[in-house]
Design a protein around this ligand. Structure first.
Ligand SMILES: [Zn+2]
Length: 634
C-alpha cells in the first residue's frame, strides 16, 4: 500500500483550516505505488461533483467572486486590536473566505484526479492552489497583529463579543506560538529563507523521481526497469533469488549517490535544527511536536515500548522463516506473503463486510456509512488517467466527504475501503458537530480513525474464515499491519531523532554516517545479533529511499495511531462500558482540542506504555493461534 498525503495545509491567518485529506495507511512502502489501471471490468461508479458546483462555469464565477472579496481583508490591517467587534468582523470575513476557497480547491482537486491528462483540469487545479496561497498572503499579517494585541486583551475581546466564540480556539492557537515568534524583521528573514531551506527536499525529489538511472533486470522473463514503484512491486516476489537480485540492484543504485543524498538530508536536517534554535525551541523534535501541542514524552515512550516489544517482532520473523521454509532469513524475505490465498471481494462485498465489521461503533456511525454507500460520494474503480491510490477529501464543509478508491476486488482493496471510510465518517461526524472553524482534525487523530477500521475488519473476517489457509492468511495480514505500521515506522522515527540529535550536537552528518546509523537500527529491529535475520550492510541505503525523512517528525504518528487503534478496537469489541461513546465523541471533536487531550479524554494516553503493549500482546496472541493451526496440521 502507499502513503499519499494529498494535502497540504494552507493557513490563512488564525484559521488553521487544513484540508482533511488522507493517505491510505500501511506506510511500509515509502513511495506511492502507481498501479497500472486495468481495463474496466465494471460499470464506472463516479462521484457527483454537482453537489459542489452545478458545472465548471459556476466554479469559475465563484472563484472570481472569492478573489474579489479577498480585496476587503486589507481594510482591517492595523485595526484588529481596536475593539472586539472589529476583530470579530475580520475573523468572520477571513473564515468565510477560507471555507469558500477550500470548497473551490476540493472541486478542482477532485475533477483533476478523475483524469489527470486533461489540460483544463490541470489549469483549474493550478487556480485552486493559487487561490489558497493568495488567501494565505492576504491574511499573513493577521497572526503577527493578533500577537501584538496580546493574550489579555484578546481574552477580554472573547468574553465581550459572542461572535468571537467560534474563533476562540484559533485565536488561542495563534497566541500559543507567542514565545516562538520573532520580531517582524526576523520573521521576514525567516520567510525569505524558506525557499532555499526547501532546496534539499526539491533536490532529493528531482534525483529520486527522475535523475537516478535505474537499472534494468530480468524478472520472470521480463526486462524490468527497477525504479521505486517497480521495487515495491517486485520485492515481494515469491522467488527468493529474484528478491535478492531486486534488493541488490535497487539499493546498489542508491549506494552510488550515498554522499550526495547524505548532503541533501543533512542540509534539510540542519535547516530544521536552525529553525528550532532561532525560534527558542529546545530541539527540532520539540518544535515539530509543538505544532500539535504533543508532549515529547509520547515519542520517547513509543520508541522505548517498540524496543521492549522487539522479542515479539523477532518471534514473528522466526515464524515467517518457518512458514516460508527459510532457515537463514534475510532482509529481502520480509515482504512475500506467508501463504498464497486468493479471495475476491466485490464492492458489494466490501460494503457488506465493512458494515458488519464496524458494528461495534453503533448505529450513528453505521448510518453515515449506509448514507454514503447509497449516495454518490465515491469514485470507485481504476480507469485510465485517474489518480492512483486512495484518499478522502472531507474539507467541503457544507457538502459531504468525497472518497477516491481504485477498487480491484482483492483483500487490499477491501482493507483500503474500510480505512478510507473511517476518514469519511470522521469528517462527517466532525463537520456535523463542529463549526467550520474547528472542523479540521489533526493527522495525529485522523490515522487512528482509519486504522481502527482496518483492525476491526481483520478481526471480523478472521472470525468468519472457513478454512485454515484463509485464517492463517488473515492473521498474517494483521501481523504485517503491526510490523509495517508500528515497528517499521518507529524505526524510521528513531532514525529521524538520531540524525537531528547528531546535527544538534554539531557532529558531521555524511551519507556514510547515516548508513551507519541506519544499519545499527536495521540490525537491532531485525534481530541480527541474535541470529533472527541477516542484514546485508548494502541495504542500509534504505534511508535514502524514504522520502518521509524530509517531512520532519511525521511518521511516528502512524505508529501511535495503530497502537491507539488496537487498544480502542479491543475495548469496542469487548463492549467495555463507555468505550463506544468515548471514540465517537473524539471523532465529533474535530479540531476543537489538541490531539493528546482528545486521546486522554477518550481513555488512551499515548505517553504511557498501555497502547503500545496492546500491539505487542495482540501480535503474540495472533502467533499463538497461527502456531496452533500449524501444529495441528503437522
Ligand atoms: Zn489514512
Amino acid at each position: 500500500m502507499k502513503v499519499r498525503a494529498l494535502l497540504t495545509a494552507a493557513s490563512a491567518a488564525t484559521l488553521a483550516f487544513a484540508l482533511a485529506g488522507c493517505a491510505t495507511s500501511a506506510p511500509s512502502a515509502a513511495t506511492p505505488v502507481a498501479e497500472a489501471a486495468p481495463a474496466p471490468a465494471h460499470t464506472p461508479i463516479v462521484w457527483d461533483l454537482t453537489d459542489l458546483y452545478p458545472d465548471a462555469a459556476a466554479w469559475q464565477s465563484e472563484h472570481d467572486a472569492v478573489v474579489a472579496d479577498m480585496e476587503r481583508i486589507s481594510a482591517y490591517r492595523g485595526r484588529l486590536g481596536r475593539n472586539a467587534a472589529t476583530l470579530a468582523e475580520a475573523m468572520e470575513l477571513t473564515s468565510g473566505l477560507s471555507k469558500r476557497a477550500v470548497r473551490l480547491f476540493v472541486y478542482a482537486t477532485l475533477r483533476g484526479d478523475e483524469d489527470t491528462r486533461i489540460q483544463e483540469n490541470l489549469a483549474r487545479r493550478q487556480l485552486g492552489n493559487q487561490l489558497l496561497s493568495r488567501l494565505g498572503e492576504a491574511t499573513s499579517w493577521m497572526n503577527p497583529e493578533i500577537l501584538t494585541i496580546g493574550e489579555r486583551r484578546v481574552e477580554t475581546f472573547i468574553r465581550q463579543e459572542p461572535r468571537l466564540g467560534v474563533h476562540a480556539v484559533n485565536l488561542r492557537e495563534t497566541l500559543r506560538f507567542a514565545e516562538h515568534t520573532l520580531t517582524p524583521q526576523s520573521e521576514a528573514v525567516l520567510a525569505a529563507a524558506g525557499l532555499p531551506l526547501g532546496g534539499p527536499q526539491r533536490i532529493y525529489t528531482q534525483m529520486a523521481g527522475s535523475d537516478i538511472p535505474w537499472p534494468t533486470i530480468e524478472i520472470d522473463g521480463e526486462q524490468v526497469r527497477l525504479d521505486a514503484q517497480a521495487y515495491t512491486r517486485h520485492r515481494q516476489n515469491p522467488d527468493r533469488d529474484t528478491r535478492k537480485r531486486v534488493f541488490d540492484a535497487f539499493f546498489g543504485t542508491w549506494r552510488q549517490y550515498e554522499s550526495t543524498l547524505g548532503e541533501a538530508l543533512a542540509s534539510n536536517t540542519q535547516g530544521q535544527v536552525m529553525n528550532a534554535q532561532v525560534r527558542n525551541y529546545g530541539s527540532a523534535r520539540e518544535a515539530a511536536l509543538f505544532a500539535n501541542a504533543l508532549p515529547v514524552s509520547i515519542y520517547d515512550q513509543l520508541v522505548s515500548q517498540a524496543h521492549a516489544g522487539l522479542p515479539t517482532l523477532h518471534r514473528y520473523f522466526r515464524l515467517r522463516g518457518r512458514m516460508l521454509g527459510i532457515n537463514d532469513l534475510a532482509y529481502y524475505d520480509i515482504y512475500p506473503d506467508l501463504l498464497s490465498y486468493d479471495a475476491t471481494y466485490s464492492v458489494d462485498d466490501s460494503e457488506r463486510i465493512t458494515l458488519e465489521a464496524l458494528q461495534p461503533f453503533g448505529e450513528d456511525y453505521l448510518n453515515i456509512l449506509r448514507q454514503g454507500f447509497a449516495a454518490d460520494w465515491t469514485h470507485l474503480y481504476p480507469q485510465e488517467g485517474k489518480q492512483s491510490g486512495a484518499y478522502v477529501f472531507g474539507a467541503a464543509y457544507d457538502v459531504h466527504p468525497y472518497v477516491l478508491l481504485n477498487h480491484q476486488d482483492d483483500f487490499d482493496s477491501l482493507s483500503t475501503f474500510a480505512h478510507e471510510w473511517g476518514h469519511a465518517v470522521h469528517s462527517s461526524l466532525s463537520n456535523s458537530t463542529q463549526p467550520w472553524e474547528t472542523s479540521n482534525y489533526a493527522t495525529f487523530v485522523a490515522e487512528m480513525a482509519s486504522t481502527i477500521n482496518e483492525v476491526l475488519l481483520l478481526r471480523n473476517v478472521q472470525a468468519r474464515a472457513t478454512s485454515d489457509d484463509e485464517r492463517l492468511f488473515l492473521l498474517s495480514q494483521e501481523l504485517e499491519l503491526y510490523r509495517g505500521t508500528f515497528f517499521r515506522q518507529t524505526m524510521f522515527a528513531e532514525f529521524e531523532a538520531q540524525i537531528h540529535a547528531a546535527a544538534e550536537r554539531g557532529e558531521p552528518l555524511t551519507g556514510e554516517r547515516m548508513s551507519e546509523i541506519y544499519l545499527a537500527l536495521l540490525r537491532s529491529y531485525h534481530g541480527a545479533d541474535s541470529g533472527v535475520m541477516a542484514i546485508d550492510p548494502a541495504y542500509a541505503l534504505e534511508w535514502a529511499y524514504i522520502p518521509h525523512f524530509y517531512t520532519n517528525f511525521y511518521v511516528f504518528q502512524y505508529a501511535t495511531s495503530v497502537a491507539a487503534s488496537t487498544l480502542f478496537a479491543e475495548r469496542l469489541m469487548s463492549n467495555q462500558p463507555g468505550a463506544q461513546a468515548a471514540v465517537i465523541n473524539m471523532l465529533r471533536s474535530g479540531g476543537s482540542q489538541h490531539p493528546h487531550e482528545m486521546f486522554v479524554a477518550a481513555g488512551v494516553d499515548l505517553s504511557t506504555p498501555a497502547p503500545y503493549r496492546a500491539v505487542v500482546t495482540r501480535m503474540d496472541a495472533i502467533m499463538d493461534e497461527m502456531e496452533a493451526i500449524l501444529a495441528r496440521r503437522g
